[in-house]
Write a new protein. Structure first.
Ligand code: NAD
Ligand code: 0WE
Length: 258
């Protein structure tokens, strides 16, 4: 008996075995869900096919979230395999690299701002709207990944923090739109983790060390721990939870001074 028996989940955002989306996929597979994956581009195709196979999935669909037609095509494709969808995982963010360094106002540009918001926030609304039809009448659940930079100014996170604030507001508005259809929408705000998206970041080590030094649990989180909370949030045990941002950060967000 798994938490997610008989549920079908679409997972957007696997790029490596360190991806948060991969931790979520493994937890959901363990809890009995059937999985499908998207991949951003051809470079990632074979890798994602391999990861999918590891969790008994042979559904892998291309999707660059900057394309409306690709987003639409995902659900047309999925419809060929499945008669419905229970879970949507959105684990995608991007800002041009030069935006994630230095002082915010000095570095932010119109284009960097727009890209960050388009890929990291709007894409959740777009995917959510497209997923809506297949989730009809099934008590569906949508989940995205945020970071504390949404609500506190963090060095170098810059315009990504502004985009995550938009994403968190998106969670509340999407929850309000989809609630009458029985669909829940939530976010996990995860502590820093060394993933592909975090690997190029100058000073990531300082973020990790800070959490290790001052968080109540005095350590960092793992993708498996994020995966476990994701499995719960998308399970029927969380049936009254929607519009919520849940921190999975070893308590870091709760302290004032260590
Ligand atoms: P990751 O690099 O493994 O995942 C990021 C994913 O975004 C990749 O799969 C990439 O293909 C995808 N992506 C980027 N642009 C895309 C586009 N145009 N179309 C489709 N896909 C696109 O890194 P991750 O750390 O697992 O990031 C996943 C999510 O978790 C992000 O939203 C990130 O902001 C969030 N998050 C990360 C951390 C951290 O410290 N790693 C902490 C909190 C939240
Ligand atoms: O959300 C993120 C990172 C998202 C991200 C990462 C990249 C790297 C490659 C978005 N866009 C890009 N663009 C690229 O070109 N995190 C929560 C991880 C992260 O990123 C930081 C952090 C932390 C933590 C950036 C600066 C400071 C801390």
């Amino acid at each position: 008996m798994g938490l997610l028996d008989n549920k079908r989940a679409l997972i957007v955002g696997v790029a490596s075995n360190r991806s948060i989306a991969w931790g979520i996929a493994q937890a959901m597979h363990r809890e009995g869900a059937e999985l499908a994956f998207t991949y951003q581009n051809d470079k990632l195709r074979e890798r994602v096919e391999k990861y999918a196979a590891e969790v008994n999935s042979n559904i892998t669909i291309p999707c660059d979230v900057s394309s409306d037609t690709e987003i639409q095509a995902v659900f047309e494709h999925l419809d060929d395999y499945w008669d419905g969808l229970d879970i949507l995982i959105h684990s995608v963010a991007f800002a041009p690299k030069e935006q994630l360094d230095g002082e915010y106002l000095e570095n932010v540009t119109r284009e960097g701002f727009l890209t960050a918001h388009e890929i990291s926030s709007y894409s959740f609304s777009a995917l959510g709207d497209s997923a809506r039809e297949m989730m009809k009448g099934r008590n569906g659940s949508m989940l995205t990944l945020s970071y504390i930079g949404a609500v506190r100014a963090m060095p170098n996170y810059n315009v990504m923090g502004v985009a995550k604030a938009s994403l968190e507001a998106n969670v509340r508005y999407m929850a309000s739109s989809l609630g009458p259809e029985g669909i829940r929408v939530n976010a996990i705000s995860a502590g820093p983790i060394r993933t592909l998206a975090a690997s190029g970041i100058k000073g990531l080590r300082d973020f990790l060390t800070q959490v290790e030094n001052v968080s109540p649990l005095r350590r960092n989180v793992t993708i498996d721990e994020v995966g476990n909370v994701a499995a719960f949030m998308c399970s029927d045990y969380a049936s009254a939870v929607t519009g919520e941002i849940t921190y999975v950060d070893c308590g870091y967000n709760s302290i004032g001074m260590a």
